[in-house]
Design a protein around this ligand. Structure first.
Ligand SMILES: [Zn+2]
Length: 315
């Protein structure tokens, strides 16, 4: 049984009474306790382990261990990090983090443009035939190619189809926005972080299909609000290329055979890096662990002060 209960113990809340309780329970004098605590005796640091199943109680306060912190809670030991990580992996894999996926039924792009009167039945039929014959290319591409509409009209139609804004590319700061997510996601999901506006709003551009799952994962991971929108194709491509050349945070890729193996690998990474903060979210079929190695000043970390780990669970 733990020496004291599992509640967080903040000196500013309990004051001398807390110390007296410790003095009584641990058989040490107050100056001795203060000395052993040293600099770690600060509000918010002297907390109980965040693992609800932890059995080590107060003894771990004597370890020189103020990190790692995972999802807002300090872990007293590698075993406790592992237990909390496993719970987080199960939560993400079985949870409803991807519930937004596929919930929106969209009107076909051709129909949007037909309804707006931007194209005729004949133009739509011709573009669909060309698309079928070629076996590739989006409808918008074929409509533009046949000079039925402009590229700007296609982008506008896509924004109507997805009920999202058309986003401009002005002042795109690829280097500044690279720390928002792993390079892998920018590449694999065709996302383009565009701009960070006041009020912690991140504009995320896409070429033809929004990715609400990725947007939600970024919101959960960064605490930023994400506004997704369409970027005109001919502007998107070069900007996306420049983005991929920016300096992203280091990422480690892990393939795990089971949820337990994933939790093991992720917990080991947290134990190794000893982050001051870390969090796990699911992005499609991957688990994304981000570790902040230093306290952050702004809404986006410096790329060297975070480490990402992307884990897929096979089988
Ligand atoms: Zn513990």
């Amino acid at each position: 049984m733990p020496l004291l209960n599992r509640e967080s113990f903040f000196p500013e809340q309990t004051g001398e009474l807390g110390l007296v309780q410790m003095e009584t329970k641990l058989g040490a004098t107050m100056p001795e306790i203060r000395e052993r605590m040293g600099a770690r005796f600060r509000p918010g640091v002297l907390e109980a382990c965040a693992n609800a199943g932890c059995r080590s109680g107060w003894l771990h306060l004597w370890r020189s261990r103020s990190a790692p912190v995972f999802e807002g809670g300090w872990n007293c030991s590698a075993a406790c990090t592992g237990a909390r990580m496993y719970a987080a992996v199960v939560r993400e894999v079985q949870g409803r983090a991807n519930a937004r996926e596929g919930h929106r039924h969209r009107i076909p792009l051709g129909l949007v443009m037909l309804e707006k009167g931007w194209i005729t039945q004949g133009q739509l039929r011709k573009a669909l035939e060309a698309q079928r014959a070629a076996g590739k290319g989006r409808l918008g591409y074929w409509l533009v190619r046949q000079r039925a509409v402009s590229e700007q009209m296609v982008t506008r139609a896509l924004s109507l189809q997805w009920s999202c804004p058309v986003l401009p590319l002005d002042h795109h700061d690829a280097a500044g926005l690279a720390p928002v997510m792993p390079r892998l996601f920018v590449e694999a999901f065709g996302a383009l972080p565009l701009r960070l506006a006041v009020g912690r709003l991140l504009y995320l551009g896409f070429e033809a299909n929004l990715d609400p799952v990725l947007a939600l994962a970024i919101e959960r991971m960064t605490g930023l609000r994400v506004e997704s929108g369409m970027v005109q194709e001919s502007l998107f491509r070069p900007a996306h290329g420049r983005m991929l050349e920016a300096k992203f945070p280091p990422v480690e890729l892990v393939e795990a055979v089971s949820e337990a193996a994933a939790a093991h690998a992720l917990a080991r990474a947290v134990e190794r890096a000893r982050p001051v903060a870390s969090r796990l979210v699911r992005v499609h079929d991957c688990l994304w662990l981000r570790m902040w190695l230093r306290p952050q000043n702004g809404p986006l970390p410096e790329s060297r002060s975070v480490q990402d780990l992307v884990c897929s669970i096979g089988g």
